[in-house]
Ligand binder design. Structure first.
Ligand code: ADE
Length: 346
């Protein structure tokens, strides 16, 4: 049997009704979210915080951070008053540390320039420091029910499949955003954005889409093609370069370990870290102090632009460092260093 999809753009009202109806029944319960169609909007601070956290990471990974942040800093003014180092330590493990600095800059601007009240339009939000096009659209739609086109990776995938877009990403991005925009209206724009996100996360999944339970299958040219998982079409990724380095776990014999604050600019900028060598093809072993260093094995970590093998070396010694309790240190460190520390203390 040949399956022919209904046209998503010509049959938009029916498609929208199908997806919103599905969302009314199947919306995930999430701590920053008001129930579908409830008319009550959650606090813009919580929506903004969740959206910043959810860029590049999943709901299960971000949720404990969201709960921790909102318990510790219940309002934007509380976050604005947080010392940089505390905020950076609380962000440890979420990755993309420049975002933590932007988060603080934005909270401080809202607190000092806007009386603690988030602007309620996409343009007003976009003008805040560190708020990009995606975050402005998402907060405008979800917190203020503004008609905004919210396009994240989930939405791109849904659009690529609905219209069986053959252009590979990233070149297809403007086209995918245009297709998403055709479906946005002033009716329930916050629910619409979240319905698309939930569909992308739970049904229209990257590897094994659950087309049999999909509320918009009838409109999906990707489904009709028989191979929806082929979309969005991707160019073969150039292999990630691989780097090597050394990380040094220096203990004082008194339950503390030596940490350093990384330079503000660059990878993991401003975060606490272990002392390390340079990272490259064949870096020299360059311990931060003279001591009796021994090998503790190695850890692997994958960053966006390269993968890394860190050889971990351990010693007891002294020096000018930020000496931190061994049992607490891992919690304040970015994941790569937490892994290396755990290996060094094992
Ligand atoms: N991913 C990004 N933002 C989201 C949201 N508001 N709800 C669910 N998943 C998301």
């Amino acid at each position: 049997m040949t399956v022919v999809a209904r046209s998503a753009s010509e049959d938009k009202d029916a498609l929208r009704a199908a997806l919103l109806g599905w969302y009314d029944a199947a919306a995930r319960t999430l701590p920053w979210r008001a129930g579908p169609g409830s008319g009550t909007r959650t606090d813009p601070y919580r929506v903004w915080l969740s959206e910043v956290m959810l860029q590049q990471t999943t709901v299960p990974h971000a949720t404990p951070y969201f709960l921790k942040f909102t318990e510790r800093w219940p309002m934007v003014g509380d976050l604005a008053a947080a010392p940089d180092a505390e905020l950076m330590a609380a962000w440890a493990g979420l990755g993309y540390y420049a975002r933590a600095r932007n988060l603080l800059a934005c909270a401080r601007a809202v607190a000092s320039d806007h009386g603690g009240v988030f602007p309620d339009t996409e343009a007003g939000l976009r003008a805040l420091p560190g708020v990009g096009a995606y975050t402005a659209a998402a907060v405008a739609a979800i917190a203020f029910d503004r008609e905004a086109n919210v396009v994240d990776g989930n939405v791109e995938r849904v659009m690529a499949r609905l219209s069986a877009v053959e252009t590979p990403v990233p070149a297809a991005r403007p086209e995918l955003a245009r297709l998403a925009g055709l479906l946005v209206t002033d009716q329930r724009p916050g629910d619409w954005a979240q319905a698309l996100m939930d569909l992308g996360a739970t049904v229209c999944r990257p590897k094994s889409p659950a087309c049999l339970v999909c509320p918009v299958r009838d409109w999906c040219a990707g489904y009709a093609s028989g191979a929806p998982e082929r979309f969005p079409v991707k160019l073969k990724k150039a292999d990630r370069p691989h780097r090597q380095g050394f990380a040094y776990v220096l203990r004082d014999g008194d339950g503390r370990v030596a940490l350093v604050q990384r330079p503000a600019k660059g990878l993991l900028g401003g975060m606490m870290g272990l002392p390390t060598s340079d990272w490259g093809a064949t870096p020299a072993d360059s311990p931060p102090v003279e001591a009796d260093w021994t090998d503790a094995g190695a850890i692997e970590h994958v960053f966006t632009h390269f993968s890394l093998t860190l050889s971990v070396r351990v010693a007891t010694g002294q020096g000018e460092f930020v000496w931190t309790a061994e049992d607490a240190a891992a919690k304040a460190l970015p994941t790569v260093f937490a892994k290396a520390l755990t290996r060094g203390l094992a």
